[in-house]
Design a binder for this molecule. Structure first.
Ligand code: FPP
Length: 260
């Protein structure tokens, strides 16, 4: 899909990201980074603010982390923006989270386009409010041919549900006679998950100190380095991501020297 003339004008005015020197040689950089963006509420409460201000500040971190990943040529960044468990939150908070997401999708579109970012999503997005679905679809279609960073938003995502869906899809193919049960290999299952075609997950980051996977990328995290930082998401900056990348490379080279 081609941008209309209004969007083309906005793209022309959007900032172009300068190429940053990567902190590591390209072959040592993580290909795919995923982040459990936690601590928005705590960050706000510690400052005497209401929780939603934490989510608002969290959008700024989304922007700066996306820029950094694009600048140092990380191939994919997956952000846990709304989990299937998040529906248990107060209705007003859910409404505001979706309002922020919609605003982000509209306002960020020119900058994503100007910098070659391809926006995708994982999760059951059919359950999101229709106006959010429409902006998501439009952003996905407009950025589909971009060749830079793949920014993947996990929306109404839960890893157990993802694996269950894949198992059901494969079972249906077996019932239709398209596939034999014994032909279901790890690769076949992997390619039936939402993340089919994405690079392997190398680095999984969780902010705000908790050490739980919270139903995020359970299959994909099999070989990933898990990095937990006490920093709450609204305070997470490029230098925190760089620290995580350097720690990832340190651990990977330690593992490789043990294996050789
Ligand atoms: C966890 O903080 C964060 C979330 C549930 C949502 C993350 C959403 C955003 C950063 C904003 C919108 C997203 C995009 C991609 C534009 P928490 O509320 O659980 O924090 P707490 O554990 O301190 O209460």
């Amino acid at each position: 899909m081609q941008p209309d003339s209004k969007l083309q004008a906005l793209i022309a005015r959007a900032p172009r990201w300068p190429v940053l020197p990567a902190p590591l040689p390209r072959e040592q950089m993580p290909r795919h980074v995923a982040i459990i963006m936690d601590g928005n509420g705590r960050w706000a409460t510690q400052r005497g603010l209401i929780r939603i201000n934490g989510h608002r500040a969290g959008v700024d971190s989304v922007r700066s982390v996306t820029r950094y990943c694009g600048q140092v040529h990380i191939q994919a960044l997956t952000l846990y923006a709304f989990s299937t468990e998040n529906w248990k939150r107060p209705k007003a908070e859910i409404r505001l989270l979706f309002r922020l997401l919609k605003k982000y999708l509209v306002e960020e579109r020119p900058e994503l386009m100007a910098n070659g970012v391809r926006l995708t999503s994982i999760g059951d997005t059919g359950a999101l409010p229709e106006d959010v679905q429409a902006e998501l679809k439009l952003t996905q279609e407009l950025t589909a041919q971009n060749k830079g960073l793949n920014l993947c938003l996990a929306l109404n995502y839960g890893a157990q549900g993802e694996i269950l869906n894949a198992a059901q899809a494969l079972a249906r193919r077996v019932t239709r006679g398209e596939l034999k049960a014994d032909d279901i290999t790890e690769d076949v299952l992997k390619n039936t998950l939402y993340t089919a075609g994405m690079p392997p997950l190398d680095l999984l980051i969780r902010t705000a100190g908790e050490r739980r996977l919270s139903n995020f990328l359970l299959w994909q995290a099999c070989d990933a380095e898990f990095y937990v930082t006490p920093v709450c998401w609204p305070e997470f900056e490029q230098r925190d991501l760089e620290a995580a990348v350097l720690e990832f490379a340190r651990r990977r080279s330690a593992v490789m020297s043990l294996e050789s």
